[in-house]
Design a protein around this ligand. Structure first.
Ligand SMILES: [Ca+2]
Ligand SMILES: [Ca+2]
Ligand SMILES: [Ca+2]
Ligand SMILES: [Ca+2]
Length: 327
C-alpha cells in the first residue's frame, strides 16, 4: 500500500470515529468497500428496455430474483409467472419461472424472505401465506410459511424490519401493526409492533428511511408524512418528516434513488416526478427529477434495475417498458 492510499485510509478511519490506527493495522487492510457514489439528482433520458409490450394481467413487479443486484421484470398472469432478467441495460427474453399458475387471492409479492439475496415469490390467500423460493432460475415448490390465515384489512407487506437480511411479514389492521419475523423457513409468532393504530389515509409503507438496514413504518396522510423508526423489535414514536402535505396524484413511493442507503420520498404527479431526499431524520425540500410528465398507464415503479445502488424510474405502458436511470 503506497503512502497516498494509506493516508486516504487513515483519513477515512478517523472520519468513522477510529482515532488511532497503527501502521500495522493499516497494512492489514486489503480492500475497502468503495464509497457509494451519490447521484446528480435526476432521472436520465427514456430508454426502451423491452421493445414491445410486457405487463401482467395480475400485476407487474420489479425485484431482484436472480441475486445479481439488478431488479428483474416479473409479470403475473393467470396461467404462469414470467421473468425477464435485467442485463443492466435491457430486460432479456421471457422465462417461465413457475410452470403453471401462481398468484394469491389477497396479493402476490416478491421479497427476499430467505436472506440469500434473491427475491422469493409470496402469495397471500385467505387461509395461509405460501412461499416459493427463488433458486436463481425458477421458483421452487410451495411452502406454507404461516400455517393459517395472515393478512391485514389495511394491507399486507413484506420488508426486513429486523435487519437480518430476511424480509418479515407485516400486516396492518385498524388497531395495530403486527409483525411475524422470518426465520428463513417460516414466519414466527405474531408481535404487536405499534401498541395501537398506525396507518395513513393515503397509504402505509415500509422502507428503510434511516439507513440502518431495518425497514421503518411510514404513514402518508393528507397533512403530512410520519415515520416510526424500527428498533428491531418495535416501531418507535411518531416523527413528522415533511411538516406539510406530500403525496402524488399518481402515487407516492419510498425508494433509495440517491444511493446513500436511505429510502427517499417520491411523488408522481401529472406534470412531473418530485423527490425529497431522506436526511435520516426528515425529508429535504422538493427536487424535480424529470422536468416533465413521467408515468405509465399500467404503472410507475422505482427499483434499481442497473445495479448501481440507486433506484431507477420505470414506467409500464401498453406498448413497452421504459426506464429512466437515476444519474
Ligand atoms: Ca437480477
Ligand atoms: Ca431468497
Ligand atoms: Ca431504519
Ligand atoms: Ca437516499
Amino acid at each position: 500500500m503506497n503512502s497516498v492510499s494509506r493516508r486516504r485510509f487513515l483519513c477515512t478511519a478517523a472520519g468513522a470515529g477510529l482515532l488511532a490506527v497503527s501502521a500495522e493495522m493499516v497494512g492489514t487492510v486489503v480492500a475497502q468497500a468503495a464509497p457509494r457514489r451519490i447521484g446528480a439528482g435526476r432521472f436520465g433520458p427514456n430508454e426502451d428496455w423491452t421493445s414491445g409490450a410486457y405487463y401482467g394481467s395480475l400485476g407487474t413487479f420489479f425485484a431482484d430474483v436472480t441475486g445479481d443486484g439488478r431488479a428483474d421484470a416479473i409479470v403475473v398472469n393467470f396461467d404462469t409467472l414470467t421473468v425477464r432478467r435485467s442485463t443492466g441495460s435491457s430486460f432479456s427474453p421471457n422465462e417461465d419461472w413457475t410452470g403453471g399458475p401462481y398468484y394469491g387471492s389477497r396479493g402476490t409479492f416478491f421479497a427476499d424472505v430467505t436472506g440469500d439475496g434473491r427475491a422469493d415469490a409470496i402469495v397471500v390467500n385467505d387461509d395461509t401465506v405460501t412461499v416459493r423460493r427463488s433458486n436463481g432460475s425458477a421458483f421452487t415448490p410451495n411452502e406454507d410459511w404461516t400455517g393459517g390465515a395472515y393478512y391485514g384489512s389495511r394491507g399486507t407487506f413484506f420488508a426486513d424490519v429486523t435487519g437480518d437480511g430476511r424480509a418479515d411479514a407485516i400486516v396492518v389492521n385498524d388497531d395495530r401493526v403486527t409483525v411475524r419475523r422470518s426465520n428463513g423457513s417460516s414466519f414466527g409468532p405474531n408481535e404487536d409492533w405499534t401498541g395501537g393504530p398506525y396507518y395513513g389515509s393515503r397509504g402505509t409503507f415500509f422502507a428503510d428511511v434511516t439507513g440502518d438496514g431495518r425497514a421503518d413504518a411510514i404513514a402518508v396522510n393528507d397533512d403530512t408524512v410520519t415515520v416510526r423508526r424500527s428498533t428491531g423489535s418495535s416501531f418507535g414514536p411518531n416523527e413528522d418528516w415533511t411538516f406539510g402535505a406530500y403525496y402524488g396524484s399518481r402515487g407516492t413511493f419510498f425508494a433509495d434513488v440517491t444511493g446513500d442507503g436511505r429510502a427517499d420520498a417520491i411523488v408522481v404527479n401529472d406534470d412531473t416526478v418530485t423527490v425529497r431526499r431522506s436526511t435520516g431524520s426528515s425529508f429535504s425540500p422538493n427536487e424535480d427529477w424529470t422536468g416533465g410528465p413521467y408515468y405509465g398507464s399500467r404503472g410507475t415503479f422505482f427499483a434499481d434495475v442497473t445495479g448501481d445502488g440507486r433506484a431507477d424510474a420505470i414506467v409500464v405502458n401498453d406498448d413497452t417498458v421504459t426506464v429512466r436511470r437515476s444519474v
